[in-house]
Design a protein around this ligand. Structure first.
Ligand code: SF4
Length: 219
């Protein structure tokens, strides 16, 4: 089953102001953002019944990466890719769908995405987009091409799963370290003339160290 586990992938941007100061609150904000997005996925994937049921509990694993990081004026824009591995509550021990129409006598109560066949015409981000169909491409009648596309996909899923961690907090740790490293590497960016002009002694230092100006470059 391609939903074993089911992966949710989102890309979003967060902005970090104040240099290296208040990293803890920045970390909490990122965690909050990721949690909210995972919850939105859970809300969307429900059975097509009068009293709908959710497919997913909390994600089983998180894989959070920095896609891009750059300065915007005195802030840093961080583009994050967060992946969540959900285990569908309807995926049976035998790895079959417990609410597949074949099981329910033709009645399909799965969310639309589950019943939707992939299409070669659908592009990334569109409904019906399937990585395997696209990897097999025009030769989708070719069993070997299909098998190798499936094997490739399995390998990617396994690596994402194994490279992931079981909690958001843990998943975000590496991101925070990368952001810190970026700030430290680009200290000179904060030392522009504008920032050096009459800094207040109690304000965070322009260099992004996170210390007060008086305890850093203002000594
Ligand atoms: S409802 Fe069935 S097809 Fe859809 S994610 Fe769950 S197990 Fe997979």
């Amino acid at each position: 089953m391609c939903c074993d586990p089911w992966w949710g992938i989102i890309v979003f941007t967060v902005i970090k102001k104040d240099g290296l100061s208040r990293m803890d609150s920045f970390k909490n904000d990122v965690i909050k953002e990721i949690r909210a997005r995972a919850e939105r996925i859970r809300e969307r994937y429900v059975t097509d019944e009068v009293s709908s049921r959710r497919l997913f509990k909390e994600p089983e694993r998180y894989n959070v990466k920095v896609e891009d990081i750059k300065f915007k004026d005195q802030s840093v824009m961080i583009s994050l890719r967060a992946m969540f591995a959900f285990r569908c509550l309807f995926l049976s021990e035998e790895k079959t769908c417990a609410i597949h129409p074949a099981v329910l006598g033709g009645n399909d109560i799965r969310p639309q995405h589950c019943g939707f066949m992939g299409s070669i015409d659908a592009r990334l981000g569109e409904k019906g987009y399937c990585r395997i169909i696209h990897a097999a491409g025009a030769s989708s009648d070719d069993v070997d091409a299909l098998a190798s596309a499936i094997a490739f996909e399995r390998d990617v899923i396994e690596r994402c799963f194994n490279g992931g961690v079981p909690s958001i907090e843990k998943g975000v740790e590496a991101v925070i370290e990368e952001v810190k490293f970026y700030f430290l590497k680009h200290t000179e960016h904060f030392t522009s003339a504008a920032n050096k002009e009459n800094p207040s002694r109690n304000e965070p230092c322009f260099c992004g160290s996170g210390k007060k100006y008086k305890k850093c470059h203002g000594q």
